[in-house]
Ligand binder design. Structure first.
Ligand SMILES: Cc1cc2nc3c(=O)[nH]c(=O)nc-3n(C[C@H](O)[C@H](O)[C@H](O)COP(=O)(O)O)c2cc1C
Length: 359
């Protein structure tokens, strides 16, 4: 209730990117004061042994994580974990720092509880993010009890100015820098806001890319780093199948389905308003049917063993359960956080636990 009021009276009237910075800043500040993280955890976190999920050779405290794009620069992992996300995927991080597209580049479709964004991978770059993660790792080693349990995913993408035929080297650079700190690594080839990026989903291009990233990541981290690929909902079904077959062929650890869509169907927001926002990826509830379709298709194709992270339009525990029923191992969300506020992760995880207990 309180967040809905705050959203309507303050955030809704504010530029969405500014609101994001303000909200994220407040979360980090609250977690940063002495005792703050523990206090947040006691109110928001959903630590319950019954929620644990074993996947990717790791034990996740729960099935629900924060999708890539919210914490692009890895500045708030533990604050976000204190809000009840069991895993946080930072990034997308690119080989070189870049400013992203000109603002405004994020838009709210309030009636649909959706977002359109064309951020364009604004981020500090692999060197700066690696240095930040190294500082966090050192602090964690000094004082492990101070940090909430959380699995860290690192999502990497292509630097905009790097030509497509040099993409592999750019990803490899990021993989080598970041893998040592990552519990798992995601190769993002599905954002609609970097020209040409989605062409990397074609299996003949994707195969050498994933193999090179795997080699670089494992060598840099001196262990096997679970490797996932994140795909677009706009792939044709036969291309989804081709990615699934490739994943099996090369022994990929998992697939994340899906990223935002370039489609604009099924919205209540007037077409003229949607058109005025321009290009970008659409996220939120309208994405859910296609994300579930892709997930169902993938699960049918890769068999029961491979980790699939379901993402796209999860708002409630019932939505989350729908993804689990369709074969997801783990779940992520982003847009729901903007509309539902800080209690969202806890609500989804508790709702899932209740459903589990009722079975
Ligand atoms: C503002 C914004 C920025 C995003 N940035 C990234 C990104 O950098 N990398 C990525 O893989 N996905 C990114 N995404 C996609 C989300 O991770 C997620 O796949 C998508 O939004 C669908 O989930 P949702 O409906 O729960 O938001 C972004 C989404 C939004 C709304």
């Amino acid at each position: 209730m309180f967040y809905r009021l705050l959203f309507r009276s303050v955030f809704q009237g504010m530029d969405p990117e500014r609101a994001h910075h303000l909200g994220f800043g407040a979360i980090r500040a609250a977690a940063g004061v002495p005792g703050g993280s523990a206090a947040l955890r006691s109110v928001f976190a959903a630590e319950d042994p019954g929620l644990r999920v074993k996947a990717l050779g790791l034990e996740f405290p729960g099935p629900f994580g924060l999708a890539a794009g919210f914490d692009k620069n890895a500045v708030g992992i533990d604050a976000l974990a204190a809000l009840g996300f069991s895993f946080v995927e930072v990034g997308t991080v690119t080989g070189r720092p870049q400013p992203g597209n000109p603002a405004p580049r994020m838009f709210r479709l309030v009636r649909d509880r959706c977002l359109i964004n064309r951020m364009g991978f604004n981020n500090d770059g692999a060197d700066a993010v690696a240095a930040r993660l190294a500082r966090r790792a050192a602090a964690l080693e000094r004082n492990p009890g101070k940090f909430p349990p959380v699995i860290l995913g690192v999502n990497i993408g292509k630097t905009k100015v790097v030509p497509e035929d040099e993409a592999v080297a750019d990803y490899v650079y990021s993989a080598a820098k970041l893998a040592p700190y990552a519990d798992y690594l995601t190769v993002n080839v599905s954002s609609p806001n970097t020209p040409g990026l989605r062409n990397l989903q074609a299996v003949e291009v994707l195969r050498p890319l994933l193999l090179a990233v795997r080699e670089a990541a494992d060598a840099a981290a001196d262990r096997r780093v679970p490797l996932l690929v994140k795909i677009a909902p706009d792939l044709a079904n036969e291309d989804v199948d081709a990615v699934a077959d490739l994943a099996v062929e090369i022994g990929l650890d998992g697939i994340i389905a899906t990223n935002t869509t370039v489609a604009r169907h099924g919205l209540l927001t007037p077409e003229s308003e949607v058109a005025a926002y321009g290009a970008g990826g659409l996220s939120g509830p309208v994405l859910r049917p296609r994300a579930i379709d892709v997930l169902t298709r993938l699960r049918g194709r890769v068999g029961p063993g491979m980790t699939i992270i379901g993402v796209g339009g999860i708002t409630t525990a019932a939505d989350a359960q729908e993804f689990l029923d369709a074969g997801a191992t783990l779940l992520q969300g982003f847009t729901g956080f903007i509309y539902e506020g800080p209690l969202w992760a806890r609500r989804v995880q508790h709702g899932l636990r209740l459903k589990e207990l009722q079975k």
